[in-house]
Ligand binder design. Structure first.
Ligand SMILES: N[C@@H](CCC(=O)NCCCC(=O)O)C(=O)O
Length: 260
């Protein structure tokens, strides 16, 4: 591990979800996401509250070297990709949407490395003009990608289906694999891929499970599964978080060279 990695001197912004802790409205980030950024990417995580669309995201980005978009039970508002919400009983998080979509666009424009997981993967697709299937399991051509909420967490986050990694892709390069198995805990999924995004991996039913941001000068990648879950036990997940962390540290170095 290099010195910069040990010092964890790259800062990775993690936008929070807006939800409840008990009866109190709260801003939350699950611990596994911060741990993955800290121990897997060797960067310093910085949570940011879901303040909604009034927030000027550029104020945040001057001192940030990476953006990590976590999963969440809530769905991206379908109105953001021109549809009506088909299942209004499912959780929404307009305050998170209001931060993350502008944040994604501004971070990519600045070349800030970005990694998205699950909801984060879906958010990046929508930020790039893509659309989502609002209930993958209701479509004949796809399987059910949701978890069984009645079983233990270890089983919910256990390997659920095979994954084919696209030849010549970044994920293949990072993991050194053409096939693997991943967990699956989502009801929504990519319908139209956003402009400038390139598919990196597929589930057996053809659903896009990973993409990269083609024009990102540093690192722009998102995955539909949960590599943060028990990351240390999965070499592919460690490799992904490590690649993200290296990009963040390189970006921090680049910024300090500019200002020197
Ligand atoms: N609501 C969306 C996104 C699913 C998602 O991010 N699930 C993870 C929730 C729990 C966690 O963060 O581990 C969908 O259903 O597709």
């Amino acid at each position: 591990m290099n010195t910069a990695a040990v010092k964890r001197d790259a800062i990775v912004l993690i936008p929070a979800c807006s939800n409840f802790v008990g009866r109190h409205p709260s801003h939350t980030v699950q611990r596994k996401y911060a741990d993955a950024v800290f121990y897997g990417s060797n960067c310093t995580p910085l949570f940011f509250p879901a303040m909604g669309s009034e927030l000027n995201v550029n104020v945040l980005l001057d001192n940030v070297h990476g953006v990590f978009l976590s999963g969440s039970p809530s769905n991206v508002d379908a109105g953001l990709y021109g549809e009506h919400v088909s299942h209004p009983h499912l959780p929404q998080d307009p305050l998170r949407d209001g931060v993350t979509l502008p944040l994604i666009r501004a971070a990519v424009a600045r070349g800030i490395p970005i990694l998205g997981v699950c909801r984060g993967f879906q958010e990046i697709n929508v930020a790039f003009g893509g659309t989502l299937h609002q209930a993958v399991h209701e479509l004949d051509e796809f399987g059910d990608h949701r978890e069984d909420k009645n079983v233990e967490l270890d089983d919910q986050y256990g390997p659920a289906h095979p994954l084919t990694l696209v030849e010549g892709g970044l994920l293949r390069h990072i993991t050194g694999k053409s096939e693997t198995k991943v967990n699956s805990l989502h009801g929504q999924g990519i319908n139209k891929l956003g402009a400038g995004l390139i598919a990196e991996a597929y589930a057996p039913d053809g659903l896009i499970e990973a993409f990269r941001i083609a024009e990102h000068p540093n690192f722009g990648m998102a995955v539909q599964w949960h590599p943060e879950w028990k990351m240390k036990e999965h070499p592919d997940s460690l490799a992904l978080f490590d690649a993200f962390g290296q990009a963040c540290r390189n970006f921090a170095l680049h910024l300090s060279n500019i200002s020197a």
